[in-house]
Design a protein. Structure first.
Lengths: 438, 404
């Protein structure tokens, strides 16, 4: 029966090609526009570390006080001071934790003919790699001892290892960065969580850094801060690096792994106790305020998905809705011109249910055709987006299987939805009336 | 034209008329909001940065970890750059307009102020900066070489004099008397010795940055950092040649460095406004598609009505209605539907805008957009209905006598 209806639908669509083309084009355009924006939005708002995103937490400690709060009850600073980061590291209140900041190096290749190049670096604690499940190609991260000893060790990204060592196992070899030798302890495999959740202060998307070194080593070397450094109000800090470390400027990202709710609860209590102690010591002149956010909460709090992306999704789905209203009208027109035919079919025994199914199948076929057109337009739209967006975000603008399936499903569902009312009207056709009038 | 019969006919086809009105209302609601956003973004893009963008470029420099001789190296580089043929002037800085990253600070009128009077970007500059950026000094004087101090990220000689942008001057001293006044940076007093007319911050296109996008301070310091930028202005027409030559010259002076991010200000601007431009282009495409879908939808539905009513139209023609009257009938019918659609559409447009203001920090819709959008939708309807209406008008009166 279904095949027969499909055959009928195709015949009927062929009979009125202009109207059919209009319907398919309307659904195709609507689907194309909404899926283009949605697929980009989905890529940007994805979970960068799905199996651990509820166990990884960012602590905030309000060290600036009520004057700097943008929203009541929310700390004004979204990073930590060195003082607080050090205190949290020393507290060891979580099974794994890492303090980190963005830095960078000029790397001199061993071959003197090659010009030195610049790379982003991340100064972080030993737990970084295990905590974020970073895959290694060669070697591993450094141990806790290297953090304590401020060792000159480095983990290279796959790209940097390819560039410096032609992709060979470079563990144990030396890399010269900013005129200082570092021993390679590990080389990463391809790893690029999107968004780059562990530091969303400057670039939210894009590849991770080229080199990783111990936080303590970078601090000891006064390694430049390449990321955001935020000092609220007047800086009473003493000049120099030591002064900066003791200042109330925030510039350190901090993550703690807390596998279950009980540990998260204990960690919260520890944070509150720490802030209360700072108040007692006279550093904070306000009631302690702390916050603990997991990955998803953090990405929302930091507005990682830009409003632009949401606005385009909302407006393009509005457009899809217009296309559907349009399709309802056209389908209604189409089915109504066939009242006579439906009357004949009813008269020779087809029941309402049969007419209903037949019309709905026709709507589905239109949806399928619209979906195929929509898919083409989505692919074209994403290609166009890649030309418009920054390199980091453009890399996210591609169709995956989920997008393709969602596009087709959305198109068919939309067309069937749009076809419901016209179909119902068609099924109401009185056979006697139609036979009489002709 | 009597609208009575038209309304009577529409009552027999409530759903069709409703669908067109709904489609027009939604189109109007989406259209005014998209056009409003597009216009806003284009207005952002069109703002001048104050820099002579056509002839200026920037390049970043990073030394291989040498800290002691940085000042001497910077001076040597600048001498080399300034002596290149085709170069107007060059200077060294921590950041430049539209770069996307830099320093900002609160500027105060009193020491120890709790809330700063104005927020401003800080550009470390020397006596060549005004010429190298092509800025216009509208009051006061330039820095003298003796006024240029030295600083690293954390350690600085005091700032005694500053040059401010006009926008910052007016923010600090609304009566326009900024020149010669004392302001406090980090609780240290500095005298405003000059005012330049337009100079934007490194940040554009974020809500945070828009609050002080015109507020900038030229702070006379040589910035002895490991990583900094040179900004160079070329003589007209020589930008490309100078960009190439400058990079080579820097490596001739010293190879122990990374020279990176060589960008003309045209590229700097494109990078800075990429998201805004993308949004405008995407929404322009959506608006175009929206208009054509609605127009063709009206064509399709009206054609269907005409086909349905061929006999009645024939009868009317036979009873003496002119072609013009039939044409007017369909135009008026569409106009009535459009009027209903526009009323609902303006309400929807305002509703959508209010919701977006709440959800996305959007600005209030300018009522002119609702008006313009309404006009556009009415014209679109009239235009779309023209072809089916003409076909209706061409139905011969003889049809009435033929069929059935």
């Amino acid at each position: 029966m279904f095949r027969y209806y499909t055959w009928l639908a195709l015949r009927s669509l062929r009979r009125n090609p202009a109207l059919t083309a209009l319907m398919v084009a309307a659904i195709g355009l609507g689907i194309g526009a909404s899926m283009t924006t949605l697929s980009l939005f989905r890529a940007m708002s994805g979970d960068p570390i799905p199996d651990k995103s509820s166990q990884l937490f960012v602590p905030q400690i309000d060290n600036w006080g009520p004057d700097a709060r943008e929203k009541p009850g929310e700390p004004g600073a979204d990073m930590l001071t060195y003082t607080d980061a050090k205190a949290l590291l020393d507290a060891h209140a979580a099974p794994r934790q890492a303090a980190m900041y963005a830095t960078g190096f000029a790397i001199a290749p061993a071959d003197p003919a090659q010009r030195p190049f610049r790379t982003d670096g991340r100064a972080t604690s030993a737990d970084f790699f295990a905590m974020f499940k970073v895959p290694f190609r060669f070697g591993s991260g450094w141990g806790a001892q290297a953090d304590t000893d401020r060792s000159d060790v480095v983990v290279l990204s796959k790209d940097i290892n390819d560039k410096l060592f032609g992709g060979a196992d470079s563990v144990g070899r030396t890399v010269r960065m900013d005129n200082r030798d570092y021993r390679v302890v590990g080389v990463l495999d391809a790893w690029a969580p999107q968004p780059r959740f562990y530091d969303v202060m400057d670039e939210d998307f894009g590849d991770p850094e080229g080199v990783f070194l111990p936080f303590s080593t970078a601090i000891g070397l006064h390694q430049d801060i390449w990321g955001n450094n935020n000092c609220h109000g007047s800086i009473d800090a003493k000049p120099g690096w030591e002064g900066h470390l003791n200042s109330e400027c925030v510039w350190i990202q901090y993550w703690a792994e807390l596998p279950d709710a009980a540990q998260a609860q204990r960690y919260r209590a520890m944070l509150d106790a720490y802030a209360a102690e700072q108040q007692r010591l006279g550093r904070f002149h306000w009631a302690p305020l702390t916050k603990l956010s997991n990955v998803r909460q953090w990405l929302v709090l930091e507005h990682v998905v830009p409003d632009e992306s949401r606005v385009t999704v909302v407006l393009s789905f509005g457009f899809l809705f217009v296309c559907l209203v349009n399709a309802v009208g056209l389908m209604l027109a189409k089915f109504m011109t066939r009242s006579a035919e439906i009357g004949v079919r009813r008269a020779i025994g087809a029941n309402r249910r049969a007419i209903f199914t037949q019309c709905l199948v026709e709507a589905g076929v239109i949806g399928l055709a619209g979906g195929l057109l929509g898919l083409l337009l989505t692919a074209a739209g994403l290609a166009g987006m890649r030309g418009l967006l920054s390199q980091e975000i453009a890399a996210l603008a591609h169709l995956d299987t989920v997008d393709v399936l969602a596009t087709m499903a959305l198109a068919v569902a939309a067309a069937v939805l749009a076809g419901l009312y016209p179909t119902w009207r068609a099924a109401q056709v009185q056979p006697a009336w139609q036979l009489k009038s002709n | 034209m009597h609208i009575g019969p038209i309304l009577a006919t529409m009552r027999r086809n409530k759903v069709g008329a409703f669908l067109i009105a709904l489609q027009m209302a939604l189109t109007l609601a989406i259209l005014c909001n998209t056009l409003f956003i597009i216009h806003q973004r284009l207005a952002l893009l069109a703002r001048p940065s104050g820099v002579d963008e056509a002839n200026t470029f920037a390049v970043s420099n990073q030394w291989m970890g040498v800290r002691e001789e940085t000042a001497a190296r910077i001076r040597a580089d600048l001498t080399a750059l300034r002596s290149l043929p085709g170069v107007v002037d060059a200077y060294e800085t921590n950041s430049y307009p539209l770069r996307g990253g830099g320093w900002s600070e609160g500027i105060n009128l009193q020491p120890g102020q709790k809330h700063s009077t104005a927020h401003s970007a800080l550009y470390f500059s020397d006596e060549h900066t005004i010429n190298a950026l092509g800025l216009r000094l509208i009051a006061g004087r330039n820095f003298t070489p003796e006024e240029i101090g030295e600083r690293t990220e954390q350690v600085s000689t005091p700032t005694r004099v500053v040059i401010v942008s006009q926008a910052l001057g007016l923010k600090l001293f609304p009566d326009g008397s900024a020149l010669g006044k004392t302001v406090y940076l980090n609780d240290e007093p500095a005298t405003i010795i000059g005012v330049v007319d337009t100079l934007q911050t490194p940040w554009v296109s974020s809500a945070w940055a828009e609050k002080f996008v015109g507020n900038t301070v030229l702070d006379p310091h040589l910035y002895k950092s490991n990583f900094y930028h040179y900004v160079v202005r070329a003589q007209p027409g020589q930008l490309q040649a100078v960009m190439k030559a400058a990079q080579d010259r820097l490596f001739e002076v010293n190879r122990e460095r990374v020279v990176d991010r060589l960008r003309s200000f045209t590229e700097v601007r494109a990078d800075a406004y990429r998201a805004d431009r993308a949004l405008a282009v995407i929404l322009a495409w959506v608006s175009g598609a929206l208009l054509s879908v609605t127009a063709f939808g009206i064509v399709g539905l009206t054609s269907f009505w005409v086909a349905q009513r061929r006999r009645q139209i024939g009868v009317r023609r036979a009873l003496g209605a002119t072609r013009r009257a039939v044409l007017a009938y369909f135009q008026t019918e569409n106009g009535l539907i459009a009027a209903a659609g526009v009323v609902a559409g303006v309400a929807l447009a305002v509703g959508l805008n209010l919701w977006m203001m709440h959800a996305f920090d959007m600005q209030r819709l300018n009522p002119l957009y609702a008006l313009g959008g309404a006009l556009a939708v009415v014209l679109l309807g009239q235009f779309a209905v023209l072809w089916p209406a003409l076909r209706a008008a061409s139905i011969p009166p003889a049809l009435a006598t033929r069929a059935a």
